[in-house]
Design a protein around this ligand. Structure first.
Ligand code: GDP
Ligand code: GDP
Length: 435
């Protein structure tokens, strides 16, 4: 959990009361789950689906009532360093005290957001007197009552505004994830080594000598992406009979985690059943796919070989006819960057959002020209369509009788979508809903 909110302030202002209010419910759940008694000075809180850790700094220091001791100073310094937001708790019953000033002096020097929280403001009178805490030079005070909960909603609204963007929670969020998949020995490790310019996996001629799957952040063409290397995952399995199962499992997981899969084949062996399985899996998982036929250098060929092979492969993959196929050689560095470029394009296609008006503009005339055929005397009328906000392109067509749309017509619509909008390399989903 990346976001930490620290409650600081002198003794008796209500830090532990606020801490309990913010963490109570969550904490009970977590304690039950783990079966351990937790340090009650750390807890998890949630506000509008933002989860964060709350620290009651007071729990760590037994400070005296009126002296700003060294230990308190240390505690505040640490809180400043470790937190995303600091809640500086003061007491509307007492007003500003000398010790509050001491805290304020330290907090003003911090670069972290500090919110002055004027506690014990159950009554309108005390809520008004909260204004006094402007005087601490840390901005507008938030009047709350930790005891009743008054004002804590507004405070939390403000707190979550200060959380660093999603990117901090997961620095890889929003960056295309590309997995390189394929049977053993097709050249995955060799490819990664060339791309990343490092001897990051040990490549040998013997299948099964490379290391575990690894994610590498990679930059090219001004784009950032993450490469998942699944080469060598079979090494880990100790018993031979488990090797296949283990590598399949790991490859599936890498596939699951990715946006686009580069599925590598060995040109000297052609497309085998196992290759087709991997491709089929990726399509089922709604991943973008680029087929890279490696070791093109080792194939005897003329001008037509690539075309003939491509057609053959597409034929065998029917009805999946939208996957880019690139003939490449890692050894000769032939088209290896083109493969990456294509993978990025496929990612763009996969993330594409088409407006409802553009979609209807393109598709309505197609439907008018070729309306759904009548089935058992029923006539299907498609009224309109829209793209659903899902991770892979999904389109819903609203009509009167969804159950009477034949599968062939569904494929027709998919093909028309592909004609109008570039979905090269991307599985798309079409379904029908009653309207
Ligand atoms: P800490 O030393 O800063 O952790 O303060 P505590 O949470 O132990 O609270 C000190 C005293 O203030 C306790 O007697 C609390 O019951 C009381 N207190 C805490 N919050 C509130 C509040 O919102 N309103 C009132 N009236 N009393 C409060
Ligand atoms: P992985 O198991 O898929 O990671 O495959 P490796 O990267 O370990 O490569 C397996 C074998 O294929 C090694 O002997 C590589 O040198 C060889 N290899 C990789 N790329 C090419 C290529 O483009 N052309 C040829 N002829 N051999 C290659």
């Amino acid at each position: 959990m990346a976001n930490i909110v620290a409650i600081v302030g002198r003794p008796n202002v209500g830090k532990s009361t606020l801490f309990n209010r913010l963490t109570e419910q969550r904490q009970a759940i977590m304690d039950n789950q783990s079966g351990v008694t937790r340090d009650r000075h750390y807890g998890t809180a949630e506000w509008n689906t933002h989860y964060f850790t709350v620290i009651d700094t007071g729990g760590y220091v037994v400070g005296s009532e009126d002296v700003f001791e060294e230990s308190i100073r240390d505690q505040v310094e640490i809180a400043i360093q470790e937190s995303s937001v600091l809640l500086f708790l003061v007491d509307t019953q007492t007003g500003i005290t000398g010790l509050d000033e001491d805290f304020a002096n330290v907090l003003r020097r911090s670069k972290k957001p500090v919110l002055v929280v004027a506690n014990k403001a159950e009554t309108a009178d005390r809520a008004h007197s909260a204004a006094e805490f402007y005087g601490l030079g840390l901005g507008e005070p938030y009047p709350i009552s930790s005891m009743t909960g008054t004002g804590t909603g507004d405070l939390l609204d403000e707190v979550i505004k200060h959380f660093p963007s999603e990117g901090i929670e997961n620095p890889d969020e929003g960056i295309p994830k590309i997995a390189i998949l394929g049977r053993p020995n097709v050249g995955k490790s060799s490819y990664l080594n060339v791309l990343t310019g490092q001897e990051r996996s040990i490549v040998t001629n013997i299948a099964g000598t490379t290391r575990d799957a690894i994610n590498t952040r990679y930059k090219a063409y001004g784009k950032d992406f993450i490469l998942t290397d699944t080469a060598g995952i079979r090494r880990k399995a100790r018993i031979d009979s488990n090797i296949e199962f283990y590598s399949t499992l790991r490859a599936l997981k890498a596939m699951e985690d990715s946006d686009v899969c580069i599925i590598m084949l060995d040109a000297t062996r052609g497309m085998e059943a196992q290759d087709m399985n991997i491709i089929g899996q990726a399509i089922k998982a709604k991943k973008g796919v680029v087929i890279m036929v490696n070791k093109w250098d080792a194939v005897e060929k003329d001008q037509r070989t690539a075309d003939v092979l491509r057609k053959e492969m597409i034929q065998r993959l029917m009805p999946i006819d939208y996957l880019p196929i690139i003939f490449a050689s890692v050894h000769e560095k032939q088209r290896i960057f083109q493969v990456m470029e294509k993978a990025m394009q496929v990612y763009e296609n996969k993330s594409k959002k088409i407006t409802t008006s553009k979609l209807n503009e393109a598709m309505q005339p197609e439907i008018e020209k070729y309306p759904p055929p009548s089935l058992k005397g029923k006539f299907v009328k498609i009224k309109y369509m829209l793209q659903v906000p899902t991770p892979s392109p999904t389109f819903v067509f609203f009509c009167n009788l969804p159950q009477y749309v034949p599968e062939a017509y569904q494929r027709f619509l998919e093909n028309k979508l592909r004609e109008h909008f570039d979905f090269d390399g991307v599985p798309i989903t079409v379904f029908f809903r009653q309207k």
